[in-house]
Design a protein. Structure first.
Length: 255
């Protein structure tokens, strides 16, 4: 199984075995994370691995799950920092899926005391990880997602490759399954939008740009699977537009 194949079968697991992950796999994971490339290279990002036998979280809320391992990402307190965090973490999640390790995104578990207190970096995401109880994978049709047609505005005819990328993006997990992204689709480019904050997102401290970063990871993985030459660009002429319900986020350009 590769990362693209893992997109279709990965699901959140909320019950884990207590046994340790083999040291060889942990070392392989750490090598994988060192090779990951963010979307925004000028934004500093750090990844931390936590063994619950050695380190307890400083905060656990009502939605947390008990797991033998956690992984957290710290990045700058900015839109780009959130996007990078989601983009990198989802690749880690899919890597673990490929190797039989279950994961669950955690919105109420934190390992760093300066979270949301004006520091330069924020702990944007934590995932729980470990061997699953009982079963790791799902059937592709079991994913409950907003229909792709409702997430896209097609300005030009989209070929099979663009549709494949969009389908992968729409399978991305998001907080409370909100799927806060929209796509403005052309023949060779996809403009990605992110929903503006809502009362619901503020109440539950949902970071929509993190979720969009997760969807962008799926897009990049799908493009790589198709052997497409692509690049990410933030287009100023769109960025400066005042959209009513969404923020323009970034554009994928197929060369």
């Amino acid at each position: 199984m590769n990362l693209y194949e893992a997109i279709s079968v990965r699901k959140s697991i909320r019950k884990f075995e207590k046994r340790e992950i083999e040291k060889g796999l942990i070392e392989k994971l750490k090598r994988f994370t060192k090779e990951l490339q963010p979307i925004f290279f000028h934004i500093s990002t750090e990844i931390f691995f936590h063994n619950i036998q050695e380190e307890m979280p400083i905060k656990k809320g009502g939605f947390c799950v008990e797991a033998p391992y956690y992984i957290s990402i710290l990045s700058e307190n900015s839109k780009e920092g959130q996007i990078n965090a989601g983009f990198l973490m989802e690749q880690i999640v899919l890597f673990l899926t490929c190797h039989g390790i279950a994961t669950c995104y955690q919105g109420s578990v934190h390992f760093f005391a300066d979270y949301r207190k004006g520091s330069v970096k924020k702990e944007w995401i934590v995932i729980a990880a470990g061997y699953p109880v009982p079963y790791l994978y799902r059937e592709e049709n079991d994913a409950r997602r907003i229909p792709l047609a409702e997430q896209c505005y097609f300005k030009e005819e989209a070929g099979k490759q663009i549709i494949t990328i969009l389908k992968a993006a729409n399978l991305a997990p998001s907080a409370f399954n909100q799927q806060p992204w929209k796509f403005l689709v052309y023949t060779n480019r996809i403009h990605v939008m992110t929903r503006k904050e809502t009362i619901f997102s503020k109440q539950f401290q949902i970071n929509y740009f993190v979720d969009t970063g997760i969807a962008l990871a799926h897009m990049a993985i799908a493009a790589d699977e198709l052997w497409l030459d692509m690049e990410w660009k933030v287009l100023e002429n769109i960025q400066n537009q005042n959209l009513k319900r969404n923020y323009y986020t970034i554009t994928m350009i197929i060369k």
